[in-house]
Design a protein around this ligand. Structure first.
Ligand code: BES
Ligand code: MN
Ligand code: ZN
Length: 491
């Protein structure tokens, strides 16, 4: 589904179908009235039948003629319900209804409907993101197409002259490309998406987008004394990789922003083996990695004026004769020792060495992204990602970026009091802090390594994928991070 803008007045539109917003179940917008006038009042007449429910996303087909053979009236919700959610529901409903018809090209006037606190650019971006979300299919591993081709193929958004709307649509399209990439990598099962596959993906991106890629192997990790990362990889036949991608869009003197993504391509739990039910979903344990690679794609496509480093520690977490045992003590790259009481708390072990490693880039800020704890899902469910940061400024930036683009995060505590739960009688710290506040103690563990820069941690365990009938990666938090970087690049 491709989105573009056009500066045609609504009365003279030609397309297979027009999506026309209807407010409070009965009212047309200015463009809708213009279209209605150009077609002999047929839209208003159809609305008067009362056949269009006022629930956001309800639709009613109107046969027209000439260069615009049909219109879909799209309910924007009840009176006074001009929320972001109602708008997204309306866009989804309208595009899906058009997709049921033989509509190749649709034109949408939905951004004429008011949304409280949001401007036209937001409504344009929202249409692109929602449209691309419903258009995404994972068909890479199917030998027969099961679903019908995506319709509509093209969506035209009529806008007033000026570059702003075009930029909004271009930015949202780039973000959607990043989301698609993250979803694709997330959905690929672990026998396809191995650490080596992630490394190859990064190298391919580097060639295509003009980035610098570097992939560290086991021997280089040993030389760097990454004992925590290596302890997770021990049980696996797949060699671990530490992937580094660099983008330079600003002067060499400008400190880069670093994004670190958890890349556990499959998490069995290791010797602390997980139960069998739903274990397949642990192929999604590299969604942090997928998201930071997706964000790198967005930034490079949009040629943002900033410097960005993406670091992905990639490994499997498997049991085996060489695997780390509960009770083993390992030395991290920082020199701090860790007693591994539970081999299933592996995300923090690979991230801690990556967080030490990024110090060499002297980053102005570091954000790590990880499907880190089941406890975060219990705390926040599937709506907000968990945000942890000792830095109020950085935390506020990320929260705002998430709200702006509809990919929110919720700030969680990170007080020193919780650090006590990580005490170990045998090492500098344990890798687990018990059941209470599990997502907080995981973040506290990371905080011990995130030194020398501003840092935030996003726990995406509840937001990175969906379970059940619509099982699949969501591509979150690519929009949040892209929105954060767009704001940083604006300065
Ligand atoms: N990848 C999991 C976290 C996870 C679990 C995400 C379920 C989404 C759904 C992580 O590596 C893990 O296993 N964490 C443990 C930590 C515990 C042993 C302290 C968890 O959350 O149970
Ligand atoms: Mn685990
Ligand atoms: Zn994990």
């Amino acid at each position: 589904m491709q989105f573009s803008t056009r500066t045609t007045s609504p009365g003279r539109l030609r397309a297979d179908c027009a999506l026309v917003p209807v407010l409070a179940g009965k009212e047309l917008t200015a463009g809708g009235r213009e279209l209605d006038a150009a077609h002999g009042g047929r839209l208003a007449k159809m609305i008067r039948t009362g056949d269009l429910p006022s629930k956001a996303g309800s639709t009613l087909l109107v046969q027209l003629d000439g260069p615009l053979p049909r219109a879909l009236l799209v309910s924007m919700g009840e009176a006074g319900e001009a929320t972001a959610k109602a708008f997204a529901d309306a866009v989804r409903g309208g595009l899906q209804a058009a997709g049921q018809l033989a509509v190749e090209e649709a034109v949408s006037l939905l951004h004429e409907a008011p949304v409280t606190g949001r401007d036209t650019d937001w409504k344009l971006r929202s249409q692109v993101l929602v449209g691309r979300e419903i258009a995404y299919r994972f068909e890479t591993l199917k030998t027969k197409r099961e679903t019908r081709p995506v319709r509509p193929k093209r969506v035209v958004l009529p806008v007033p002259p000026g570059a702003a709307s075009r930029t909004a649509v271009a930015q949202a399209s780039a973000i959607a490309n990043g989301v698609d990439m993250a979803r694709e990598l997330g959905n690929l099962p672990a026998n396809h998406c191995t650490p080596a596959y992630l490394a190859d993906t990064a190298r391919k991106m580097a060639r295509e987008l003009g980035l610098k890629a570097e992939v560290l192997d086991v021997r280089q990790m040993q030389a760097l004394k990454m004992g925590a990362l290596l302890s997770v990889a021990r049980g696996s036949a797949q060699p671990p990789k530490l992937i580094v991608l660099r983008y330079q869009g600003a002067g060499t003197k400008q400190a880069p922003i670093a994004l670190v993504g958890k890349g556990v391509t499959f998490d069995t739990g290791g010797i602390s083996l997980k139960p069998a039910a739903e274990m397949d979903e642990m192929k999604f344990d590299m969604c942090g990695a997928a998201s930071v690679l997706g964000v790198m794609r967005v930034v490079a496509e949009l040629k943002l004026k900033l410097n960005l480093v993406v670091v992905v520690p990639a490994t499997e977490n498997m049991p085996g004769g060489r695997a780390t045992r509960p009770g083993d003590v390992v030395a991290s790259m920082s020199g701090q020792t860790v007693e591994i009481l539970n081999t299933d708390a592996e995300g923090r072990l690979i991230l801690c060495d990556a967080l030490t490693y990024v110090q060499r880039f002297k980053p102005s800020a570091v954000v790590d992204v990880a499907t880190l704890t089941g406890a975060c899902v219990i705390a926040l469910g599937h709506h907000h990602s968990g945000l942890f940061s000792p830095n109020d400024g950085l935390a506020a930036e990320l929260q705002q970026a998430g709200r702006d683009i509809g990919d929110s995060c919720w700030r969680m505590p990170l007080d020193d009091e919780y650090q006590e739960q990580l005490k170990s009688p045998f090492a500098d710290m344990a890798n687990i802090g018990g059941r209470p506040a599990g997502s907080v103690t995981a973040a506290c563990f990371l905080a011990r390594f995130a030194k020398g820069y501003d840092w935030a941690h996003l726990d995406i365990a509840g937001t990175a994928w969906k379970s059940g009938t619509s099982k699949g990666a969501t591509g979150r938090p690519v929009p949040l991070l892209a929105s954060f970087l767009l704001a940083r690049a604006r300065g």
